[in-house]
Ligand binder design. Structure first.
Ligand SMILES: N[C@@H](CCC[C@H](N)C(=O)O)C(=O)O
Length: 392
């Protein structure tokens, strides 16, 4: 039974799974790109823009965030997602305002902090403005960022680009509501100037401290908000002379406050994140384990980075293929061992499996259902107490 919680930040919604105690080989919980697509499907599944796993750290942080787009690919970072994760951790652990988390991501260490008013302020780190780091083939223009002209569906756009770990193209327009987002977003996401595909943002400048934007996300399509996108948009607009270093950025799902600190070069993002519900996954939604082709399948890693082409970059951006502890190769037992354990002499999940077997043999089905229900209930009560100040 997979316990998960749904959270949303400005309508950018995610399924969160707490795997902070998971063994390395079990941290994907049997998730595969196909299963993620099914869970994220808004009609046949639960519905979400992505899935987020909280897993054990590898580089001295407190935990690691893995985020998967609705298409099953693994991007480097997610701004709204990390606020949702912070809120989820605070709800799970009973943390108070002022709590910061050192969270490892494929875009490096990111630090969200719970504010007194319940919002989350995130130190998103410094933007990437070198073309190779975005990555883009657009050259550096007169604003000192990658710039150029892109053609899509017979139209021509003057664009700027920036990376927040993940790639973004930003297109200032006169009237953001008039943009055919479905058409141009889909075309620009796979423009050849962005070898790892890109998130696409159209922005209208209301005044230098107030921007309004619409978002087409790589791997998810049109979404109600994109945190990394809002940061990249402020950075590009500032460099183009259209915005101050701080601005309110209105997205379809609501506003974010973005500030690009001149001293540290870090971008700070402040906005909300809310719990929607906690639940246990219905086994029927999980579907069959994907087919595997024998022992060689142990080399197959279950997720691909959110890139169109194989993409070589710094390890932090290249996804699972570059993960920090490569030997022995990680085994996703749920997918590659369906015909039997492929590494019986050193099964990485043996200890965890023994614990599960012990629990299963000493518990009835009713016990297990009660266990899951009471854990969900205690989360819901804790949240009720926090929000109302009354006992749950
Ligand atoms: N919604 C996110 C970004 C999620 C990742 C993105 N789709 C990508 O592939 O880069 C955000 O809030 O930043």
């Amino acid at each position: 039974m997979l316990q998960y919680s749904k959270y949303q930040g400005l309508g950018n919604d995610f399924l969160l799974v707490d795997g902070r105690d998971a063994a390395a080989s079990e941290e994907c919980f049997g998730l595969t790109p196909e299963r993620i697509q099914r869970l994220c499907d808004r009609r046949f599944g639960i519905g979400a823009d992505g899935v987020i796993l909280a897993v054990p750290p590898r580089e001295g942080g407190e935990l690691r965030m893995r985020i998967f787009n609705a298409d099953g690919t693994e991007p480097e970072m997610c701004g709204n997602g990390i606020r949702c994760l912070a809120r989820f951790l605070a709800d799970s652990d009973g943390d108070a305002p002022g709590r910061c988390w050192q969270i490892e991501t494929l875009a490096g260490r990111i630090v969200p902090e719970l504010q007194d008013d319940g919002t989350i302020r995130v130190d998103m780190g410094a933007p990437f403005l070198e073309p190779a780091a975005v990555p883009t083939t657009l050259p550096i223009g007169d604003a000192g960022i990658p710039q150029g002209q892109l053609e899509a569906c017979g139209a021509s756009f003057l664009v700027g680009a920036a990376g927040m770990g993940n790639p973004h193209v930003v297109i200032p327009v006169e009237d953001v509501d008039a943009v055919d987002l479905e058409r141009f977003g889909a075309a620009l996401e796979v423009d050849a100037a962005f070898p790892a595909r890109t998130n696409v943002h159209f922005v209208q400048v209301l005044d230098p401290g107030h921007l309004v934007m619409r978002v087409w996300e790589r791997g998810a399509g049109p979404t109600l908000a994109c945190g990394t996108g809002a940061c990249a948009t402020l950075v590009v607009c500032h460099r183009l002379g259209l915005a101050e270093r701080e601005a309110r950025v209105d997205l379809p799902g609501g506003p974010l406050w973005i500030a690009w600190d001149g001293a540290t070069d870090h971008v700070m993002m402040t906005g909300p994140a809310e719990a929607v519900f906690d639940a246990v996954l219905a086994p029927s939604l999980w579907g069959e384990a994907p087919e595997t082709s024998g022992p060689d399948a142990s080399q197959d890693l279950p997720f691909t980075p959110a890139t169109a082409e194989p993409f070589t970059a710094e390890p932090a951006k290249a996804g699972l293929a570059e993960e920090a502890t490569p030997a022995p190769p990680p085994v996703d037992c749920a997918t590659v061992c369906v015909q039997g354990c492929i590494r019986p002499e050193a099964c990485p999940s043996a200890a965890a499996r023994a614990r599960v077997e012990a629990l299963l043999s000493s518990s009835s089905l009713d016990d297990l259902v009660n266990l899951a229900t009471s854990s969900l209930e205690s989360r819901t009560r804790a949240r009720f107490e926090r929000d109302t100040g009354r006992p749950g």
